[in-house]
Ligand binder design. Structure first.
Ligand code: GUN
Ligand code: ZN
Length: 434
């Protein structure tokens, strides 16, 4: 499905960020109490106050949404589509959780029909939550990647995904080899990278499940195909960190394992990054790598409390990830809420504008997609959602008390979930309508 041609506009409250609030302060936010978003041929033509933009001229329909708020589409920088059916699995921390729930679930994706069913359900769920771009793990099976990209292409979405690479320490059914993983990834990225709005990510699951040979070949793909991404996990759980130390005794720390193979860089996204040393913060920043902060997952698996202040102090790019199925919600509102609570437990604060930045423009920049998505500036792809500010009686009641944009946003992230999302648009086309 491509972009739609023609011109139309949406009148509602409008909020987006044009810079990082940690740098630009409150001027990073553009808010229009009575705003208009004008979309033409799938991109934003203009955004601003109704009183200065209207009337738009003959032939441009203006859809009115009183007591609604338009936000840019959310950017989810880390999650696993095959884990949709095992979200909310009880009782384990990372390594046992993988063995008990994750690996058996992922085995089912050898069946292409199953993969297609789950991919469609997964994308529907993202759109129901106002998320229009994501960086996604598939499984080790190439057909799981085809199923995902076919479904994303049909919806006209901007999505990044890849085949999991795993050649040790997992059930035999889920293993590839260094060579077959390389070859399958190469064929998939030749097929999908750059098709419409789709991008490929080379996807070694994490250091314990790839041999040095597999990681060398993953790095070779990055060298051979500049522009493809790398996604993996980093320093999520203390048992995992210890295991990596045993498996790679020559590495100085966890990140150094990936670094030695040449896997860091501007299109590399490391999920979690909780248990890091000073040198790891510095190498993440120097290499231009990004971290995906997965708040609901970190609490659910009891993984730990990320130091967002230290990542920011080192100028590491950070986005938010739901990390479904270790994460407990597809909603970026739920994720922002838990991210706030994690900083509370650290004795720190996550400002509501900063949280929105992580979920939109900051996430887009972490994925090096800030030129196309992340906010509603003219010329960008028209990916956005329309939120119903009266979605629940409590929201309607509490929002009436709000005196500032920051407060409005904090209430939305504290009380909000999929019920807020009235409609979602990708390239100006409605892809979800409640
Ligand atoms: N580390 C390695 N694989 C996974 C996974 O599937 N989920 C999470 N949360 N961490 C991982
Ligand atoms: Zn993950």
């Amino acid at each position: 499905m491509g972009r739609i041609t023609g011109s139309c506009a949406y009148r509602a409250r409008v909020l987006h960020l044009v810079a990082d609030p940690a740098v630009a302060g409150d001027s990073a936010a553009q808010y229009f109490d009575d705003g208009v978003l004008w979309v033409e041929n799938g991109v934003v033509r203009a955004v601003g106050p109704a009183e200065s933009l209207l009337p738009l001229g003959a032939g441009v329909a203006v859809h009115e949404f009183p007591n609604h708020l338009i936000l840019p589409g959310f950017v989810d920088t880390h999650l696993h589509y095959p884990q949709t059916e095992m979200i909310a699995s009880y009782g384990e921390q990372l390594l046992n959780w993988l063995e008990t729930y994750t690996f058996p679930t992922e085995t089912r994706f050898r069946d292409a029909d199953h993969a297609r069913r789950i991919a469609e359900l997964f994308l529907k769920e993202l759109l129901r939550n106002g998320t229009t771009t994501a960086l996604v793990f598939c499984t080790v099976h190439p057909q799981s990647v085809d199923a995902f990209f076919e479904a994303a292409k049909a919806l006209g979405l901007c999505m990044i995904a890849g085949k999991v690479l795993m050649d040790r320490n997992a059930p035999t059914d889920l293993l590839d080899t260094a060579e077959s993983g390389y070859e399958q990834s190469r064929l998939l990225l030749e097929r999908w990278h750059g098709v419409d709005r789709l991008r490929y990510a080379v996807t070694p699951r994490f250091a314990p499940t790839s041999t040095p040979e597999q990681m060398s070949l993953a790095a070779r793909l990055l060298r051979e195909y500049p522009g493809v991404y790398l996604q993996t996990h980093l320093a999520e759980n203390l048992g995992e960190v210890e295991w990596v130390r045993e498996l790679f005794p020559a590495a100085r720390h966890y990140l150094d394992v990936y670094d030695q193979f040449g896997l860091l860089g501007e299109r590399s996204v490391f999920a979690h990054g909780i248990h890091l040393c000073e040198d790891e913060y510095q190498r993440l920043a120097q290499s231009g790598s990004s971290v995906a902060h997965c708040a609901t997952s970190n609490l659910f698996l009891g993984s730990g409390l990320i130091d967002l202040d230290r990542l920011r102090a080192h100028d590491v790019r950070v986005g938010l990830g739901t990390d479904v199925g270790a994460g407990t919600s597809f909603s970026m509102f739920r994720t922002m809420d838990e991210a706030y609570k994690i900083q509370q437990l650290r004795g720190s604060r996550l400002d509501p504008l900063q949280a929105l930045h992580l979920a939109t423009l900051g996430g887009a920049e972490a994925l090096r997609l800030g030129e196309r998505i992340g906010n509603l500036q003219p010329g960008k792809d028209a990916d956005f959602s329309i939120l119903d500010l009266e979605a629940t009686p409590l929201l309607a009641f509490r929002l009436k008390q709000c005196r500032s944009v920051r407060e409005l946003l904090f209430v939305l992230s504290t009380l909000g979930d999929d019920r807020l999302v009235q409609a979602t648009y990708a390239l100006g086309r409605c892809v979800h309508n409640r």
